[in-house]
Design a protein around this ligand. Structure first.
Ligand code: ADP
Ligand code: MG
Length: 319
């Protein structure tokens, strides 16, 4: 029996569909990711689950039992980290955690123990009395993670938890998440628009324009893209893409100014590709294994990173 099951969650804003009947199952112990570009409906799904929005239709089951999204049993088992930072700038780290504990009605004595535990675990014991106003983005994010866990939830909801963090803070955040999981008993549901972050999840629901387009493990999703990805940079990418299909019979797409080809064998394609164009037409040719960003492109026909709607051609970056 899945820990959490969503059936047909749908949400519209003034007639516009933000989430178009999302159904999925999250098993105990998973790090389950919702992957999609801006506007895909990730935060809408997240806010429904966090009880901040009311679904138009749909059902949610916790351990097989249908629950309302404002059900106390569901709420007390969930910890939430929002997309936008929600720490109180004027409070110290310790005070922020104590406030979190109070919001979840953790008895005071228990809260004090738990807060010290979380501060120690995050490496903040000696900075607990500093106001968070002066803290870096990475430290705040980790403190928010600690606050979401202060009442001992079984399900942790994270909406784009690492957005805006530098690489070191990104790794530190995931290291702490990994330790949490190793300690056992925690299921994580997170949203991301980053392919590299999605690859760290146990399973992914790929969302686009409010619809679920695929749900599988990262490996299984990547294996849907056969072979290699060959990327070509050129001053006239559209012409190169057209030339590739004409001369070599391969289908190429222009993504963010680069020509992208999915090839059974990149090594076999590249020499023919280079031969097919006069010297100087191609600026660079590269070969790599597919990523979840390529999977997204294949599933939806557009890039994961691109904001919706796409940039107008006049301002598109050209080399
Ligand atoms: P994501 O988190 O994947 O970027 P969102 O769930 O925030 O996507 O948004 C999905 C769609 O719903 C977008 O078209 C967005 O403009 C719209 N939307 C989200 N929240 C609101 C709101 N409170 N009012 C009106 N439209 C909204
Ligand atoms: Mg969002």
């Amino acid at each position: 029996m899945p820990l959490l099951r969503l059936e047909g969650l749908r949400k519209t804003f003034r007639g516009r569909v933000a989430l178009d009947g999302l159904s999925l199952r999250v098993e105990e112990g998973e790090v389950f990711g919702l992957l999609g570009p801006n506007g895909a409906g990730k935060s809408t799904a997240f806010q429904l689950l966090a009880g901040l929005l009311k679904a138009d239709t749909g059902r949610v089951y916790l351990e097989g039992r249908q629950v309302g999204l404002d059900d106390a049993a569901l709420r007390s088992r969930m910890g939430v980290v929002f997309q936008r930072g929600s720490l109180d700038e004027h409070l110290t780290a310790r005070e922020n955690l104590m406030l979190g504990a109070r919001l979840y009605a953790v008895p005071h004595a228990q809260a004090k123990v738990r807060v010290e535990e979380m501060l120690g675990w995050m490496g903040f014991s000696d900075r607990a009395d500093e106001r968070v106003a002066g803290w870096s983005g990475g430290m705040r994010r980790r403190l928010e993670l600690a606050r979401a866990l202060v009442h001992g939830p079984r399900i942790l909801l994270l909406d784009e938890p690492t957005q805006g963090l530098d690489e070191a803070s990104f790794r530190s955040f995931w290291k702490h998440l990994g330790q949490l999981r190793a300690a056992g008993g925690l299921t994580v549901l997170l949203t991301s628009h980053r392919a590299d972050e999605a690859a760290l999840c146990t399973r992914l629901a790929v969302l686009d324009k409010g619809k679920l387009v695929a749900c599988d493990t990262p490996d299984a999703l990547v294996s849907r893209v056969g072979g290699d990805i060959v990327t070509v940079e050129a001053s006239a990418p559209e012409e190169v893409a057209a030339g590739l299909s004409e001369v070599l019979g391969v289908s190429a797409e222009v993504v963010e100014g680069r020509v992208v080809v999915e090839a059974g064998s990149g090594h076999a394609l590249i020499p023919r590709l280079v031969e097919a164009f006069p010297a100087g037409r191609l600026a660079s040719v590269s070969l790599r294994r597919p990523t979840l960003a390529d999977v997204f492109l294949k599933l939806t026909g557009h890039a994961l990173g691109a904001d919706q709607p796409a940039e107008p051609p006049a301002t598109r970056r050209r080399r």
